[in-house]
Design a protein around this ligand. Structure first.
Ligand code: GP9
Ligand code: MN
Length: 432
């Protein structure tokens, strides 16, 4: 047999969640500015290290009614890390069980990604700003397939040794030095900024920070707070520019953390800083730490605040499309609109584990959220509920894999959508 497109369409159309009419189109024709917070975990938000806020600016955003801030938003990446996050946000399909979809399939596959959809449905231009070489994660080949019109990679920036951290241009410079390009984009635009300074092993020269590291003795954990603080300052400087230029008032600003910065094995050392004991630390705790920030500024909306619904990276594209007043129903997407009353709150991880508002399930172990207690003898009702959730997660992941591994979007052209021709896009640097 093999899975065909019909199975996938059956799943996605049944799974589709219609928009909340109060939210549909509230950001119609606004620019979209996406700020990728590298390796940034939710626990940093409102966290104080030795009495000092690590990320005071992001905290102020998180705590403000001018932002829709999500308390239970999870990263769902696999080994493709940043590239898996990008793929999920741009396409609402999952990364692969092994490796990076961008690297393995991204040069050849047909995508119906955000830049193409927004361009065709609403005339958006598009750009990525990233201070690393364009070949990293195969971006040079993948972005044309997503329909990105512009890719400002390292070659567009001054790469003096002083300006660089391990994965490219320091974040403050990325934002500052991008403005001259951003200001030439036709509005409305869809623009993504991928930061790098808060990346393992979290090195930053003393000149760029006066923030004191933690003292667990694990250098990467200790310095994680230093580079996160630097990223926070970089985002603040960019917001200052956005407000001064007026872009703040006509742009949706989306911030998200792509994946964990501290690995499960290091969490045992992190535990103490979180007021937990390493002796009772479990997969439950590791899973809770997969929360990452997701925050949305929508011009004119001042009734945001902390949102409690569960969701993840797979849900971003349908959410965004609906805010912009674009119907997502004809596109083949595995996530659901976070604001929809029908939003699916089961969050699938790439290894088939999952979390719901009530339970965290890792392998065969069920934990109760909140207490973290293992449920050894679930009631018949709980067992039935979780069997269904588990089956849905497995099915969803395998359908997404079939779609991508077999490049099935070649055979599915949504009504009115023109397949992307990657030859239309050339990112050669003509500026210098
Ligand atoms: C570098 C970058 C890092 O270009 O986006 O990716 P990661 O190592 O986090 O997957
Ligand atoms: Mn990353």
């Amino acid at each position: 047999g093999g899975v065909d497109l019909n199975n996938i369409l059956n799943f996605t159309s049944e799974h589709y969640a219609k928009p909340d009419p109060q939210m549909f189109g509230v950001a119609k024709n606004k620019n979209v500015i996406i700020i990728h917070l590298e390796s940034f975990q939710q626990f940093l938000i409102n966290y104080k290290l030795d009495g000092k806020e690590v990320t005071p600016f992001l905290n102020s955003l998180y705590n403000s009614k001018d932002m829709y801030s999500f308390a239970n938003f999870f990263n769902q990446v696999g080994q493709g890390k940043t590239s898996d996050a990008e793929n999920m946000l741009e396409t609402s399909t999952y990364g692969l069980p092994q490796g990076s979809l961008f690297s393995a399939l991204g040069s050849e596959n047909t995508f119906q990604g955000a830049p193409a959809i927004l361009n065709q449905e609403a005339g958006y231009s598009s750009a990525v700003f990233h201070g690393n070489n364009g070949s990293f994660w195969n971006r040079n080949s993948v972005y044309p397939n997503l329909g990105y019109q512009n890719f400002f990679d390292a070659s567009y920036f001054n790469q003096d040794a002083n300006n660089l951290s391990e994965y490219g241009l320091k974040d403050k410079l990325l934002f500052h030095d991008s403005v001259k390009y951003l200001e030439h984009l036709q509005q409305p635009f869809y623009a993504k900024f991928i930061t790098v300074s808060n990346h393992f092993p979290y090195n930053l020269d003393k000149k760029n920070t006066d923030f004191q590291p933690a003292s667990t003795g694990d250098k990467s954990i200790d310095n994680y707070f230093v580079t996160a603080h630097y990223l926070d300052q970089a985002v603040k400087e960019f917001f200052d520019y956005l407000k001064k230029s007026g872009l703040y008032d006509n742009s949706v600003i989306m911030l998200y953390g792509d994946h964990y910065g501290i690995s499960d094995t290091r969490n045992l050392k992190l535990a103490k800083l979180l007021g937990k004991s390493s002796s009772t630390w479990s997969d439950y705790d590791n899973t809770q730490l997969q929360r990452v920030p997701f925050m949305l500024h929508i011009p004119g909306k001042t009734d945001g605040g902390v949102q409690k619904q569960y969701g993840g990276e797979i849900d971003v594209l349908p959410t965004l499309l609906h805010l912009l007043g674009i119907n997502s129903q004809k596109y083949l997407q595995f996530g659901t609109d976070l604001f929809s009353p029908d939003h699916d709150q089961t969050v699938a991880f790439r290894n088939d584990n999952y979390i719901t508002p009530k339970y965290t399930v890792t392998g065969n172990t069920i934990y109760e959220n909140g207490s973290g207690n293992v449920i050894t003898h679930p009631s018949a009702a709980v067992k039935k509920e979780l069997d269904q959730s588990g089956q849905k997660v497995t099915r969803e992941l395998s359908l997404s894999d079939a779609l991508n591994n077999k490049n099935l979007l070649r055979f599915y052209v949504p009504n009115g959508f023109t397949p992307v021709d990657p030859k239309n896009y050339d990112y050669q640097n003509d500026y210098y």
